[in-house]
Design a protein around this ligand. Structure first.
Ligand SMILES: Nc1ncnc2c1ncn2[C@@H]1O[C@H](COP(=O)(O)OP(=O)(O)OP(=O)(O)O)[C@@H](O)[C@H]1O
Length: 214
C-alpha cells in the first residue's frame, strides 16, 4: 500500500512553515509499500499530527494524503474501519489502552477482533518484554513504560501493511527498547509490512530505516 503526500500543511503549523526545514510538510513525497522510515522532529513539529492524519483521525490540513492513490479525506467511516482492521496499526503516543481493563482484557479485545495471533503468542510476547505476572493487572495501575510495552504488543496482534509508531520507546530503558524493537522488526518482516516511526531523536533502534525530517 503506497502513500503519497502532496503539499500537506496542518492547520496548527501554518504560521510556522518557514521556521524549520521539513521533508514532509508542504512537500511532495511518495512512500512505497513496505518502506521503513524514521521521521525525526523536535517537540511541537507535528509528529502526532502526522500519525493522526495517516490514521484518519484529523482532516484539518491543506494538501492531499493518498493511500493507494485514494484521497484519504474522501474516505467514509466504513473505509477507515476497514483500513484500521487490515492495513494500518498504530501505537499512539498516549497509548489509548482501556485503563479499567486488565492487560489480558486489553489484549483479548484486539485478539478477538482480528484473530490473527493466538493468545498464547501474545502471552509469549508479553513475557519477552518482561510483563509476565502483569496479565491480571488493570492497565491504569501499570507504570507508563509497562503500558507502552502492552500497547506495542497490542499493535502487533492485528494484520497490517503499515505500522505507525509515535515515540514508542519514550518510557523504556535500553534493554526493553532493544527487545521491543526486535519484536517489532520480526513482526513487520513476517507480514512483509512497512513501518513509520516518529520520534524526537534518532537513537538508531531501527538502523535499517530511511531517515526523514518532519
Ligand atoms: N487540535 C489542535 N488545535 C490547535 N493546535 C494543535 C492541535 N493539535 C496540535 N496542535 C498544535 O500543533 C503542533 C503540533 O502538535 P503535535 O502534537 O503533532 O506535535 P509533536 O511533534 O507530536 O509534539 P511532541 O513531541 O511534544 O509530542 C503543536 O504546536 C500543537 O500545539
Amino acid at each position: 500500500m503506497q502513500l503519497q503526500l502532496e503539499n500537506i500543511i496542518p492547520e496548527p503549523l501554518k504560521s510556522r512553515m518557514d521556521a524549520q526545514y521539513s521533508d514532509v510538510w508542504g512537500k511532495q513525497q511518495k512512500i512505497e509499500a513496505g518502506e521503513k522510515i524514521f521521521f525525526q522532529a523536535p517537540s511541537g513539529k507535528g509528529k502526532s499530527t502526522f500519525m493522526h492524519i495517516l490514521y484518519g483521525l484529523r482532516n484539518d490540513y491543506d494538501g492531499v494524503a493518498l493511500w493507494n492513490q485514494k484521497d484519504t479525506k474522501k474516505n467514509n467511516d466504513e473505509t477507515w474501519a476497514e483500513l484500521r482492521s487490515n492495513d494500518l496499526s498504530i501505537v499512539f503516543q498516549d497509548l489509548r489502552l482501556f485503563g479499567d481493563l486488565t492487560v489480558e482484557e486489553n489484549i483479548a479485545i484486539k485478539q478477538t477482533l482480528t484473530g490473527s495471533v493466538s493468545m498464547e503468542q501474545a502471552k509469549q510476547w508479553l513475557e519477552q518484554l518482561g510483563l509476565d505476572g502483569k496479565w491480571n493487572q488493570r492497565a491504569e495501575t501499570l507504570s507508563y513504560g509497562e503500558r507502552q510495552r502492552v500497547a506495542i504488543i497490542r499493535s502487533l496482534l492485528q494484520p497490517f501493511k503499515w505500522l505507525l509508531l509515535d515515540e514508542p520507546f519514550s518510557h523504556l530503558d535500553n534493554d526493553n527498547t532493544q527487545k521491543a524493537a526486535s519484536l517489532i522488526r520480526n513482526r513487520v518482516e513476517e507480514l512483509n509490512a512497512g513501518m513509520m516511526v516518529v520520534d524526537l531523536e534518532d537513537n538508531d533502534w531501527f538502523p535499517y530505516t530511511r531517515k526523514m525530517i518532519l
